[in-house]
Design a protein around this ligand. Structure first.
Ligand SMILES: NC(=O)c1ccc[n+]([C@@H]2O[C@H](COP(=O)([O-])OP(=O)(O)OC[C@H]3O[C@@H](n4cnc5c(N)ncnc54)[C@H](OP(=O)(O)O)[C@@H]3O)[C@@H](O)[C@H]2O)c1
Length: 412
């Protein structure tokens, strides 16, 4: 209803900016009788969204129903096939069918826009396709899920455990009853897939993202990371190297004094790095009716102005096949080991790391818990595959009490 509200209350401003009036003609949803907090009586009601998409009097369809296929896909395909522009907030649909839908739109000479599907109200697709169009992008970093950022921020602030803060987020309406899609990293990964395609002119490759959520992040690591000058964020990273594009969605450490490290609560942030500009940073609300409607209506205004550019910034037929380069980019790591407090233990740990070619930047032993001593290590940059070899060796040591914890430290 956010979109209807803006179109109803800001019609003059929008007409001035678009260069012509924008008229809402028809609407559809599942339940016609539902109170939506807006008067829809002036518009045609269509019983199905494909009928809405085929409505004779429309130039543009706004799809905000959600779902990676089904009615949403049918409505969008119908609209594009009949030469109507489409604005969608549906990242699931675009992450799954974005490349094909972009082709479909171009074949019919219409626009397909999805700004609201990525980082809510932050105009990041527009930044990539327009403002940054002169740059060769190299890396994207994003906090793309407000629920996860809220949970991590609140764990740190209140000292609460993950499960308790998740329950609080559900009570406040920040997290769904089934939070898997958010806390598992999948929602943010869909957004990352769309950013990657747009930034690097490749076909959308959601399946190429290594996805890990925040459900195993503990207060212990949040605290230790903080003491060492870092904060833990669920970070989406797409990095272009000569080997291809590495896409990851995982909890990472970022410096506490960086822009990403200072991002609290439900906000989203995207950092773009490109040549020649260097680094640019974008922050704003990632969800909610106002943020979503802001992005949807901006897309509508662009189309009304006559701006019809390819969905991912270049013609869909020229989008490159994704070349996956998982694990290609070295990084420093934060390690937390639980080892017996015996002479020679640290030397054996250092030896296991050294045999894998990994050197230690910083090491700290914290207060003992019975006969065990938590050891914190920050490594110099290394490949994850080498680290995994070393961690397996460390876990197999007779002084080791359980699996080591490892988080990537994303350089900023
Ligand atoms: N919520 C956000 O902050 C946000 C931010 C960015 C993007 N998005 C995206 O926006 C989309 C919608 O999310 P939402 O949170 O607004 O969901 P929502 O509150 O459940 O709204 C979905 C709307 O679509 C209608 N709908 C669903 N399935 C339909 C069908 N088969 N036929 C006709 N109408 C159907 C629903 O109708 P009824 O009301 O009659 O059930 C409802 O009006 C999703 O793709 C989501 O990823 C949401």
């Amino acid at each position: 209803m956010g979109v209807v509200h803006i179109l109803q209350t800001q019609s003059q401003m929008i007409a001035a900016r678009a260069g012509r009036p924008i008229q809402l003609v028809a609407v559809s949803a599942r339940d016609r009788g539902k109170d939506r907090g807006a008067d829809l009586s002036a518009y045609d009601w269509e019983d199905s969204t494909s009928m809405l998409a085929a409505h004779n009097d429309i130039d543009l369809l706004v799809e905000v129903m959600g779902g990676e296929g089904g009615a949403a896909l049918e409505a969008v395909e119908t609209a594009l096939g009949q030469g109507r522009h489409v604005v969608t907030a549906n990242k699931a649909l675009m992450a799954r069918h974005g490349t094909a839908l972009a082709r479909h739109a171009e074949q019919h000479h219409v626009a397909l826009r999805f700004e609201a599907g990525v980082a809510g109200g932050i105009p990041i697709v527009k930044a990539l396709t327009e403002g940054m169009a002169a740059n060769r992008m190299t890396r994207i970093l994003g906090v793309l899920n407000g629920t996860c950022n809220y949970i991590l921020t609140e764990m740190e602030r209140t000292g609460g455990a993950y499960a308790d803060i998740l329950a609080e987020a559900q009570r406040l309406g920040y997290a769904e009853a089934d939070p898997t899609f958010d806390v598992g990293g999948f929602d943010a990964a869909q957004k990352l897939a769309l950013l990657t395609a747009t930034a690097f002119s490749t076909q959308v490759d959601y399946g190429g993202i290594a996805v890990e959520g925040i459900d195993r992040v503990t207060l212990t690591d949040i605290r230790y990371a903080g003491e060492m000058g870092y904060r833990i964020k669920l970070l989406g990273i797409a990095h272009r190297t000569d080997a291809g594009v590495e896409q990851r969605m995982q909890p990472c450490l970022v410096p506490s004094d960086s822009a990403l490290g200072q991002l609290d609560s439900v906000s989203n942030m995207v950092v773009l790095e490109g040549d020649p500009i260097g680094r640019t940073v974008y922050q704003g609300p990632g969800a909610g009716a106002g943020a979503t409607a802001s992005a949807v209506v901006a897309d509508i205004i662009d189309i009304a102005r006559g701006l019809v550019i390819p969905a991912f910034g270049v013609p869909a037929s020229t989008l490159g096949k994704p070349v996956r380069a998982e694990g290609a980019v070295p990084a420093p790591y934060y390690l937390r080991l639980s080892v017996a407090d015996r002479p020679g233990t640290l030397a054996r740990v250092a030896d296991a790391l050294g045999r894998a070619g990994i050197s230690i930047d910083r090491m700290r032993q914290t207060q003992h818990v019975e006969a065990m001593a938590p050891v914190l290590i920050v490594t110099h940059a290394c490949l994850r595959s080498d680290l995994d070899t070393a961690l397996a060796d460390i876990e197999a040591l007779d002084v080791s009490a359980g699996a080591p914890v490892a988080y990537r430290i994303e350089p900023l």
